[in-house]
Design a protein around this ligand. Structure first.
Ligand code: ATP
Ligand SMILES: Cc1cn([C@H]2C[C@H](O)[C@@H](COP(=O)(O)O)O2)c(=O)[nH]c1=O
Length: 191
């Protein structure tokens, strides 16, 4: 089973994946961008926000996704694979960048994933106050420096995209406590 943990920067995805990994060591945890050797190189370029063309940026995220699918997800489809981000980030950030069409983005991502969209998606939804508080406590990368309004637009696109695609999902209130969120995830995944 291939499960995505999605949401904008600092919403709490890695914290929850780490809790699950501690409890269930058999779960395979991974992330995009950067879950493969190629992905680590791509991540360095992507997070510096140095590409002038947003199409070039999109294509590099897609290349990372295709390699990640081939190397990490496909060989482990019989196990539980939890990825910190995936194609919902791919669509959400691209739509917030502008100049992209939803159906075209879905088709490009379907191509990168060889038609295999995730089985379930857990989306963390935050608000301006929590986003301000958590981003103020870290050094921001090039994408985060695009601003908090931008990130909240990404979040709306992520939510709408999941609803349009009809993939089984859980929406989480990211402002809730770490323990409450952990319990909601355990209940949803029935692990
Ligand atoms: N439910 C929560 N309540 C309070 N603080 C939290 C909660 N979840 C996570 N945090 C804190 O918020 C910060 C960001 O969390 P985390 O790294 O898990 O987010 P993320 O979604 O993986 O972020 P990014 O996408 O930027 O890597 C961390 O300092 C973490 O301890
Ligand atoms: C997969 C994916 C990611 N992004 C953005 C989202 C974040 O700002 C960074 C990844 O950083 P993190 O520390 O791993 O959360 O990349 C994107 O714009 N498009 C994508 O497809």
């Amino acid at each position: 089973m291939y499960i995505l943990f999605e949401g904008i920067d600092t919403c709490g995805k890695s914290t929850q994946i780490e809790l699950l990994a501690q409890k269930y060591p058999d779960i395979i945890t991974t992330h995009e961008p950067g879950g493969t050797a190629f992905g680590q190189k791509a991540r360095e370029i992507l997070l510096s926000d140095s590409l002038r063309s947003k199409r070039a940026e999109l294509l590099l995220f897609l290349a990372d996704r295709a390699e990640h699918y081939e190397e990490v997800v496909a060989p482990n489809r019989d196990k539980i694979v939890i990825s910190d981000r995936g194609f919902i980030s791919g669509i959400g950030y691209a739509l917030a960048n502008g100049d992209f069409d939803f159906d075209e983005l879905v088709a490009l991502n379907r191509f990168a994933l060889k038609g295999h969209f995730p089985d379930r998606i857990i989306l963390f939804l935050t608000n301006m106050e929590t986003l301000q508080e958590r981003t103020s406590q870290k050094e921001l990368d090039g994408i985060e420096l695009r601003g908090l309004e931008y990130l909240l637009r990404v979040q709306e696109h992520m939510k709408e995209s999941i609803l349009k695609l009809g993939i089984p999902h859980l929406f989480i209130d990211a402002t809730d406590s770490i323990e409450n969120i952990h319990q909601s995830i355990l209940t949803y995944l029935k692990v």
